[in-house]
Design a protein around this ligand. Structure first.
Ligand SMILES: C[S@@+](CC[C@H](N)C(=O)[O-])C[C@H]1O[C@@H](n2cnc3c(N)ncnc32)[C@H](O)[C@@H]1O
Length: 322
């Protein structure tokens, strides 16, 4: 077996091994809520307006510029099979792409489709571009477009889905190019054909461990912005931290900055979702719920052999067609 085949076999085996129901979330909840040591996580929190943490993320990426935090999310295609072998006309938007951990498996599975990817950090976009371009097995020319955007504050640029096309749901209607508020992609704007005003909207949005990084108060407006560039019938694929995930229970009382919301020592945020919260947030933006569940996985710390109970929320939502 050659190096490439070995790597493919390893990836397939890892994805095959992936499991998501090692324990029941309600059992964990009962355990946590009965344990006095965790009581500070449950108490109400006075309403607080948190400043967005995009600057903290920029510093985070600067500190980790080597890109060693990159880990391809190999389970992604198993969790979201709609990303498998999709047609070349399909457009995906990865919100908060980091170093490209989500982008790489998507492009690997369907190298002919187009992935747009935004992040609030220029450094991480550059790293993502480098990682994606150097990944063997696919040619990203005209297929990967990273761009700078703080999704907690800024609207998506017009070239993605201009207002005129959003309201008419039509394509190729206006030869005028909309203004763009992003910097990186400007050099790529040649990808719009002469008669195109925008790329015509997005078919699939992936939000993978990004929403939790945004202050809770700002989440509804952030989701609205994402939904505005989604075509009717388009999907949002969501995965993020679930309530009582081991990383939540490790936060100390002084790190609480809101109800179920914490600030790491580097200034980045982490919110922990229940299914109800996710449902309310996405359905309030007019999306329909297709799938929503906890993934509860026991993983073992390689160094000390300790078992860790991980909780993530898996969700899939659709924009109505009319
Ligand atoms: C935990 S990482 C997840 C990265 C990627 N989605 C993945 O699957 O690995 C969260 C990412 O969201 C980005 N982010 C945080 N706040 C953001 C914001 N307001 N606008 C855009 N990106 C943001 C961070 O820079 C970081 O790259």
């Amino acid at each position: 077996m050659g190096g490439g085949e070995r790597e493919s076999a390893k990836r397939a085996a890892e994805a095959e091994e992936y499991h998501c129901h090692d324990f029941e979330w309600k059992d964990l909840r009962a355990e946590v809520e009965a344990n006095p040591a965790f009581s500070y996580h449950l108490s109400p929190f006075p309403t607080s307006q948190q400043a967005p943490s995009s600057d903290a993320w920029t510093s985070f990426h600067r500190r980790h510029a080597s890109g060693k935090f990159f880990k391809e999310r190999r389970y992604l295609l198993k969790e979201f099979p709609e990303l498998l072998n999709i047609k070349d006309c399909v457009k995906v938007l990865e919100v908060g792409c980091g170093n490209g951990s989500t982008v790489v498996p998507i492009l690997r599975s369907s190298p002919s489709m187009t992935v747009y990817a935004c992040d609030c950090s220029k450094e991480t976009l550059e790293k993502a571009n480098e990682i994606v371009c150097n990944t063997k097995g696919f040619d990203v020319k005209d297929k990967f477009y990273p761009f700078l955007l703080d999704v907690s504050k800024e609207t998506f640029p017009d070239w993605l889905f201009c207002k005129s096309c959003q309201s008419s749901h039509a394509r190729d209607v206006n030869p005028l190019l909309g203004s763009s508020n992003c910097s990186m992609i400007k050099e790529h704007l040649v990808f719009l054909r002469d008669n195109q005003c925008c790329v015509g909207g997005i078919d699939i949005i992936t939000m993978i461990f990004t929403l939790s990084a945004i202050p809770f108060d700002i989440m509804p407006a952030t989701i609205e912005r994402c939904v505005s560039v989604l075509k009717p019938g388009g999907l949002v694929l969501f995965r993020d931290y679930g309530l009582y995930d081991m990383t939540m229970l490790r936060f100390l009382p002084h790190q609480r900055v809101g109800f179920r919301e914490y600030m790491r020592s580097d200034g980045t945020f982490s919110y922990f979702f229940t299914l109800d919260t996710v449902r309310e947030l996405f359905c309030a933006s007019g999306l329909l719920e297709l799938e929503l569940e906890y993934c509860c996985v026991i993983s073992v710390n390689r160094k000390n052999g300790k078992k860790m109970q991980r909780v993530w929320v898996h969700g899939k939502f659709q924009k109505p067609t009319s």
